[in-house]
Design a binder for this molecule. Structure first.
Ligand SMILES: [Zn+2]
Length: 266
């Protein structure tokens, strides 16, 4: 027997039956509570404004050593300055589960998934997370975090619902695996996130090879400008000398040319 409550969305009243996603037992959902724990198997579900949101976890498929290797490969890549592979250093690495709301919705007759961060963050990539389908497992009291810190949500799910397209099918909270890296290059510390499931790298600000060529181009422009100015100073007097010399030469020549017929020797 499921626990019955009602929700109102778009002015339509829906009856919602909440059951435990793990064992199917009715969930003791009370309006206004955030968390409901199954009294049979201990599986927690996140409750917000009378909507049940089931907890999932996406396990790490990338080890910390592999994440270091991903970083190393990236520093050797075309996006990074040439000396970065040799000189960039990882200063901190944190293994974390970051909470993400996963909205499954029907948009124009098709199922679409939208993911939004469930926790305020400045970490790169957290607003464009892609949760691979099928890999999630139910998060319950027996779930092992495996040395990862579990970060908990601090954003209410309904702050997103109004901006989503389509109609809801279900929604869940997914603990998403990440490696939060800090590294130092050229005296500056940078942050990076490596997706612990796919190995995808997210950066907001990183040393750029193009910034090096930008400096080179600016230096070249400065040198050329300097040479141009110098040449201007040198050429302008020469130009005046030539003009004056030309005028004199013309005068002398004209004098001779004009004088010649005067001589009447031919
Ligand atoms: Zn249960």
């Amino acid at each position: 027997m499921a626990f019955n409550i009602y929700t109102i969305s778009a002015n339509i009243i829906h009856m919602v039956n909440f059951t435990c996603p793990k064992c199917g037992a009715p969930l003791p959902v009370k309006p206004g509570t955030q968390l409901s724990v199954c009294s049979y198997c201990g599986t927690p579900s996140y409750i917000d404004r009378r909507e049940a949101i089931f907890f999932y976890i996406l396990p790490f498929s990338i080890t910390e050593d592999a994440s270091r290797a991903i970083f190393k490969r990236w520093t050797a890549g075309p996006a990074c300055p040439k000396d970065m592979e040799a000189t960039a250093e990882i200063t901190a690495i944190k293994k974390e589960y970051f909470p993400v709301f996963r909205f499954r919705r029907t948009v124009d007759g098709k199922e679409k998934i939208a993911a939004r961060p469930a926790r305020g963050t400045l970490l790169p990539g957290m607003h464009s997370i892609e949760i691979p389908p099928g890999d999630m497992v139910i998060f319950d009291s027996s779930t092992k975090a495996g040395g990862a810190e579990v970060l908990h949500p601090d954003i209410a799910i309904d702050s997103y619902v109004g901006d989503l397209e389509g109609t809801p099918i279900d929604q869940s909270l997914v603990y998403f695996p990440i490696y939060e890296l800090k590294y130092r290059y050229g005296g500056t510390e940078y942050a990076m996130v490596i997706d612990g499931s796919s190995g995808r790298i997210s950066v907001t600000n990183s040393p750029k090879r193009s910034s090096v060529s930008y400096v080179a181009v600016m230096a070249l422009a400065f040198v050329l400008g300097f040479i141009g100015t110098l040449l201007g100073f040198i050429i302008t007097p020469i130009f005046f000398v030539l003009v004056i010399a030309g005028i004199f030469a013309g005068k002398i020549l004209a004098h001779k040319v004009v004088k010649k017929p005067d001589g009447g020797s031919s």
